[in-house]
Design a protein around this ligand. Structure first.
Ligand SMILES: O=C(O)[C@H](O)COP(=O)(O)O
Length: 406
């Protein structure tokens, strides 16, 4: 059972009483009259064949308060798209599948590329961005949740708890981030969140002094959670990174656009497990290694926009500070694991920390050499000004794909 402590500078909504999901859903049905609700599911075709998505759909099927589900489908050829349409047809709610690799959306993407307003990199950020554009295009929902498609521990309560803070008509939150513990098979997971993000934020505070932004980022109990919810107007001027900096980038955008009392985080599950990626030691272009570089670069970039200057010396002392703080954290996590009857492989944890420390140097060096690089996808406001009929065209392309390939 959770406590009710408020850490940091944004509101935390806890799970104090373990309310039955039916009770939450009853309220959500009544909220949906004032604030119709939608869901975004960024998915890879391979996830349709994995163990998680089948259960997610079986759970979602019975969710009574959603009026629109938007699935962004990546890496699917034509026969896989046809199969995906059948797969998602099980949903009772109104839903559409965006075939990101299909000829219609590819043609639109090419035109946006020519105007310089399309995502330059493939990946989850791009997928989410097109789904957000579709939500704006159809204007059917007021409150929207987004979650990953590889959640092995999914149940309907996760979604109900995630969307509640932005769905309640008397709550003023624009954005809400989910949090949970990640454990599986007797082990504590969440390696990048625990061993990179939190110690890195603390190291920035140590070498730069605390700032409102660093305190804000450090307030999130699971900053890398792929689960968040928001009001529709958030979508107009959010600029999201197209790489693994997505989660950090979204939090930073919310910091830039809203005051703290419009943002919150919510306890969405007692436990969470998902598909795990390799550490990818020695390969900066893959797995958690790439993730750690993208995240660190995103933090450098954000701090630079706030007037912080970085030199090779600051980056070296950041790395040294990080390494010490992260090693201390390993001891903390180890003790926490033991007391909970879980295990923590200290050798593996230290290997991860050594790699992250090296990647802080690599990301720092890259940032110093390429200060203008910014893998941001433009806001939809800007896209609409570059191509005024973009929403009508996006909606039409999705409509036709869903009709023609079923
Ligand atoms: O959230 C994280 O830290 C990363 O996604 C890695 O998670 P994992 O250690 O649970 O695979």
């Amino acid at each position: 059972m959770a406590d009710f402590y408020q850490n940091g500078i944004i509101t935390t909504l806890h799970n104090i009483a373990d309310r039955p999901v039916e009770e939450l859903e009853k309220e959500l049905i009544s909220f949906s009259k004032q604030r119709p609700m939608g869901l975004i599911l960024p998915s890879l075709y391979s996830e349709l064949e994995g163990p998680a998505l089948q259960n997610i759909i079986a759970e979602l099927k019975h969710v009574p308060y959603l009026s629109q589900i938007t699935i962004g489908l990546d890496r699917a050829d034509e026969s896989q798209y046809r199969h995906a349409l059948q797969f998602f047809a099980e949903l009772d709610q109104h839903h559409k599948v965006l075939w990101n690799d299909g000829p219609r959306l590819q043609a639109l993407d090419k035109e946006l590329q020519k105007l310089g307003v399309a995502p330059r990199e493939l990946g989850k950020g791009r997928n989410v961005w097109y789904c957000m554009g579709y939500k704006l295009a159809t204007a059917k929902v007021e409150s929207i949740a987004l979650h990953d498609c590889d959640i092995l521990t999914y149940d309907r309560a996760l979604l109900a708890r995630l969307i509640y803070p932005v769905a309640h008509p008397r709550f003023n939150y624009e954005f809400c981030k989910g949090f949970y513990p990640r454990t599986a098979e007797g082990k504590i997971n969440g390696r990048v969140s625990r061993l990179l993000v939190t110690p890195l934020l603390r190291s920035f505070k140590t070498i730069l002094g605390s700032s409102d932004y660093l305190e804000y980022m450090d307030s999130f109990r699971y900053p890398l959670a792929g689960e968040f919810s928001f009001r529709r107007d958030v979508l107009n001027d959010i600029r999201i990174p197209s790489d693994w900096g997505l989660e950090i980038g979204v939090l930073s955008e919310m910091y830039r656009n809203y005051s703290h009392n419009r943002l919150c985080q919510v306890d969405i599950a007692d436990n969470y497990d998902h598909k795990h990626q390799d550490l990818s030691l020695g390969n900066q272009a893959a797995g958690l290694s790439k993730m750690s570089i993208d995240i660190t670069k995103a933090l450098f970039r954000k701090l630079a926009t706030q007037g912080v200057t970085f030199t090779s010396e600051t980056i070296r002392s950041l790395k040294a500070t990080y390494y010490r703080i992260a090693l201390d954290f390993i001891e903390t996590y180890h003790n926490d694991a033991l007391m909970n009857g879980l295990t923590l492989d200290i050798h593996q944890e230290e290997k991860a920390v050594e790699m992250f420390a090296q990647n802080i140097m690599n990301a720092g060096q890259h940032f110093l050499e390429n200060p203008m690089e910014a893998p941001f996808v433009p806001s939809w406001n800007r896209v609409a000004s570059a191509m005024p009929d973009v929403f009508a065209r996006l909606e039409e392309a999705v409509e036709l794909d869903n009709k023609d390939y079923i």
